[in-house]
Design a protein around this ligand. Structure first.
Ligand SMILES: [Mg+2]
Length: 458
């Protein structure tokens, strides 16, 4: 090795680069879009003048633009002032994926703070309530299948150590069963033709083609407006499916249900009533989350706990649902809610209203570790979602975290600084770059001039 290079390396390894927190400044923000982990994940790096790099992530199936458009608002700032910077960029976040830029940057800032002071994120949030986080495992069975098939798939999760389960129970299960669904004639065919992902979007990522033309039109019809109803035979079908599942996995393990399909709240109520005897942990996203009255209606009509939240930005936007008794469980995503501090505030709001919390997570190890630390710092938490059991390279994306990360259905809360990730596996990231966005950590100076009068009042 040439002498000067050796000298440079020696300096880099032996210098405490984080020795001057008050002089720390953000110098750059860059992104890399990977795919299949299990979905499209836009990863973020925030660079500083002292060599510390913070890792963040925009939400699954989202756009890196949501983060890049904020770059000019944080460049030159001290990244340790997390709340100050969050309040600077908060107005540019929105519900669902639009919350991903603000949230992903917030997480990357915390990672920098942790690395600068040598403390784990949970400590920065006030310390931890527990040493390990229960993980619940989402389970899919592809194609036409029975409740017994699903039961066997869930049983495998239990054998792998998982102590909390979730499955989809959607109308797509019976879309080809005669007499189970009724809808304006031709509409179910439209769904199959243009928007099958609208009712089976757990499988893989939602891609750009879903967001165009007739696909978009069909994909975005809300539950109450599809005109799809479930017949008595359809309800029998779903009940029998769940009965078969329970006969394989038993009644002792919690089983949550997601993705009923875009059907009217009254149909959801009829189904929920039938499923009560199968001890369902929660029924998720039975209506678009902002229809508080729909949630109140179903919560008052069934003993099954009702849950929503993965698409709600900022903790205060959960309050109408909680205060009205519309939800028994909330299910926020770190990368939509606004990041770690908003999640912590939401946890406190759950205590105020007596609502349980689980965490939605379908992203890379960056979001996962942010969720692990934050879940540790929240007083009560049911479980953290995990979508990547069947993605063999997911764990290897982050170097420095436990591998395997999940042991017997739990993740240990690490004590390493920040998120607990030493560095990212750049080679692996290169292998899994999204084909539509192949540039990894590319120059983002085009965003340096992004500007507007950001004051929201005159
Ligand atoms: Mg969900």
């Amino acid at each position: 090795m040439e002498k000067s290079k050796l000298f440079k390396e020696m300096i880099e390894t032996n210098t405490r680069t984080a020795s001057s927190p008050s002089e720390l400044r953000i110098t750059d923000l860059r992104v890399a879009n990977i795919n299949g982990a299990p979905k499209h994940c836009p990863l973020i790096k925030i660079y500083t003048n002292q060599g510390i790099v913070g890792y963040g992530e925009v939400r699954d199936a989202s756009s890196a633009t949501y983060a890049l458009m904020l770059k000019s608002r944080i460049i030159g700032e001290n990244p340790l002032n997390v709340d100050k910077l969050f309040r600077r960029i908060k107005q540019f976040g929105g519900h669902s994926r639009q919350g991903g830029g603000v949230s992903g940057i917030e997480i990357a800032l915390w990672d920098i703070v942790g690395k600068a002071y040598g403390v784990p994120l949970y400590q920065l949030l006030g310390g931890k309530f527990r040493d390990k986080i229960r993980v619940y495992c989402d389970t899919d069975v592809d194609g036409k299948h029975t409740g017994t098939d699903m039961g066997k798939a869930l049983k495998k999760r239990m054998e792998a150590g998982f102590t909390f389960l979730k499955m989809d129970l959607g109308i797509e299960l019976m879309i080809d069963e005669p007499g189970c669904l009724n809808a304006p004639l031709g509409f179910l065919e439209d769904i199959k033709k243009y928007s099958m992902k609208a009712i089976t979007h757990q499988h893989g990522s939602v891609d750009m083609d879903m967001m165009l033309g007739k696909n978009y039109e069909v994909f975005t019809i809300p539950h109450h407006a599809t005109g799809i109803h479930v017949t008595e035979k359809g309800i029998d079908y779903l009940e029998n499916y769940v009965k078969e599942v329970r006969s394989v996995i038993g009644y002792e393990v919690p089983l949550a249900i997601d993705h009923l399909g875009h059907i009217h709240i009254n149909d959801c109520i009829a189904i929920a009533k039938r499923l009560e005897k199968y001890n369902i942990a929660w029924l998720e996203d039975v209506a678009p989350w902002h229809y508080t009255e729909h949630y109140v209606k179903i919560s008052n009509a069934t003993t099954i706990p009702i849950c929503t939240g993965e698409d709600i930005y900022l903790h205060e936007n959960y309050e109408p649902l909680m205060a009205s008794g519309g939800v028994s469980v909330v299910h926020p995503d770190m990368l939509t809610v606004g990041g770690a501090l908003e999640m912590k505030k939401l946890g406190d709001m759950c205590e105020k209203y007596g609502v349980a919390m689980a965490i939605h997570m379908a992203e890379s190890p960056i979001a996962c570790m942010a969720a692990v630390h934050t879940a540790a710092a929240i007083q009560n938490i049911l479980a953290l979602e995990y979508h990547s059991v069947d993605c063999p390279w997911w764990n290897d994306l982050a170097i420095g975290i436990a591998n395997p990360l999940i042991k017997d259905g739990f993740i240990d809360v690490p004590d390493a600084p920040g998120l607990g990730i030493d560095h990212l596996n750049e080679e692996l990231i290169s292998e899994h770059m999204h084909t539509k966005y192949p540039d990894k950590w590319a120059d983002s100076s085009a965003w340096d001039k992004e500007w507007a009068n950001d004051r929201e009042w005159s």
